[in-house]
Design a binder for this molecule. Structure first.
Ligand code: GLU
Length: 495
């Protein structure tokens, strides 16, 4: 016997920017498909014609690609189960609706929005579950005809019988809902557009989806979907509802917590591999003690069974930590590519930098970057026009001992220049040039008699304008003798 193929799907509605919560759903599906050697389908749920836009869809596809989530079937990839946009599948939903009508599983509902709203408000005021109480379920034929004659177009409601609706969830175990708490729900609106629950069931069945992995906010939808599977005679897929991402206050992560869209994190200089790594580990869906993981390691370690039931708190600090760790995995060449757009965004003319200089800067600041956008602050350091001595550094530079160090350093810089040892390249290994070796030698063995912080801090303060930052020898290489001498003079001139 051949086992059924693993087929999963991510089914976003392009009505806004891709939220990290949805990105995590996409990622878990993708990891699961790749882990099992299955198929990952991208289906666009575009039935909300008012809020869906082409631009949102384009951004969504781009964000998924940026995250390294590729789809085997879906827009742009083709596949044997298309179309992959719900608006292209209306006929299919129509066929299934006609079957349900013929079987008496649904009935036409002529209630208008105002009536439904009044019913909901009344139930809420009586502290009861808002649901449809079934007015049109009992309509006599004559009443129906009267509504039709008035020109009212019906929506179609599914008859929900009283009693438990039970299904198994791979993460949560056995789940039970009560039919009477759900009420008869709409599966097709009066304009002929299917409701989410109906379209999702038809599509998941027709696309032979084996596992539906989505957020726990869909659990009650799943109860309704289980009823639809039964009514249509379809075998339901396996379900796995993962927890939602929460803010620090344990409320569902939303804009008021700060950045929540993939776009925003990307704009802030988060690397796709860091966001992927962080989202995959959130809620511990991946086995193994390793924290900083490649995509392959995440695929290998994925375990739905381990995915936590409790909400996963989004910790931006932790994401930034992952980002720094992933930045350090890049060599100066690839880091330079990643930094280029952020150099422009920081207000520099990226084209005015020589390629080797960007690589040398990348090598120098790599350990100090938390995000790619941090590069703006570091570039100031290497730009004589923008470099500034901050308050802390200025206070230190006014001390007598600091002046002693700087006077001696100035002498050495002049001596090196006179000895002709002022050649520095801009390649990442420039720290080994004669000039840089000369200064390093002087630092190890100099006439001031000062050591450790007393020696390094004044040099750092004068040369970078700050007390913290990248390694000094690389900075010497990047600045070169003339700029160093100018900065030492400037620091000595502080009063
Ligand atoms: N379009 C639905 C959403 O974005 C899909 C939910 C599902 O995975 O079934 O929430």
């Amino acid at each position: 016997m051949t086992l059924p193929r693993i087929r999963v799907r991510f089914a976003p509605s392009p009505t806004g920017k891709l939220h990290v919560g949805n990105a995590r759903t996409a990622l878990l599906n993708w990891l699961f498909a790749r882990h099992c050697g299955g198929v990952f389908v991208l289906r666009i749920e575009d039935t909300d014609r008012i809020r869906t836009t082409e631009a949102f869809e384009e951004n969504l596809l781009e964000d998924l690609k940026w995250l390294g989530i590729d789809w085997d079937e879906g827009p742009g990839a083709g596949g044997a189960y298309g179309p992959y946009r719900q608006t292209g599948r209306l006929e299919l939903y129509g066929d299934c609706l006609r079957r349900l009508i013929a079987d008496g599983k649904v009935y036409p509902c002529y209630c208008i929005e105002e009536e439904l709203e009044a019913e909901r408000a009344d139930l809420v005021s009586r502290r009861m579950m808002p649901r449809y109480l079934g007015k049109c379920r009992k309509l006599a034929e004559g009443e129906r005809r009267r509504f039709e004659n008035e020109g009212r177009l019906p929506a179609w409601r599914f008859r929900v019988e009283e009693g438990p609706i039970v299904f198994d969830d791979l993460i949560r175990g056995s789940m039970a809902f009560q039919g009477e708490a759900i009420g008869d729900f709409i599966i097709c609106r009066s304009n002929g557009i299917p409701a989410y629950n109906f379209a999702a069931v038809v599509d998941d069945h027709c696309m032979e989806i084996s596992h539906v992995i989505r957020g726990e906010d869909h659990l009650s939808n799943t109860a309704m979907q289980v009823l639809l599977y039964r009514a249509l005679g379809f075998a339901p897929p396996e379900f796995a509802h993962h927890s939602l991402i929460l803010g620090k206050d344990h409320a569902k992560l939303s804009k008021r917590h700060g950045a929540v869209s993939v776009r925003e994190f990307r704009r802030r200089g988060i690397l796709p591999e860091a966001l992927r790594n962080y989202l995959a580990l959130l809620g511990s869906s991946v086995e193994g003690g390793r924290e900083v993981c490649s995509a392959e390691e995440l695929v290998e370690g994925l375990s739905l069974a381990r995915t936590g039931k409790g909400g996963a708190v989004f910790d931006e600090e932790k994401l930034f930590w992952f980002n720094g760790a992933h930045i350090r995995r890049h060599d100066p060449q690839s880091l330079a590519d990643l930094l280029a757009p952020f150099i422009s965004m920081a207000g520099y003319d990226e084209a005015s930098f020589r390629r080797e200089r960007i690589e040398a800067i990348a090598a120098t600041v790599r350990d100090n970057l938390t995000t790619l956008a941090d590069i703006g602050g570091f570039l100031e350091l290497f730009d004589d026009d923008r470099y500034r001595i901050d308050e802390e550094a200025a206070a230190l530079l006014r001390e007598e001992e600091a002046k002693t160090v700087l006077l001696a350093l100035r002498k050495e810089l002049i001596r090196l220049a006179e000895a002709g040892e002022n050649a520095v390249g801009t390649a990442p290994d420039a720290a080994s040039s004669p000039f840089c070796r000369g200064i390093a030698g002087w630092i190890r063995n100099n006439e001031t008699g000062l050591k450790g912080k007393k020696l390094y801090l004044p040099i750092r303060a004068a040369v970078t304008g700050h007390l913290h930052g990248p390694e000094l020898d690389r900075i010497f290489a990047l600045l070169g003798p003339a700029s160093l001498l100018r900065r030492v003079e400037k620091a000595l001139a502080l009063s």
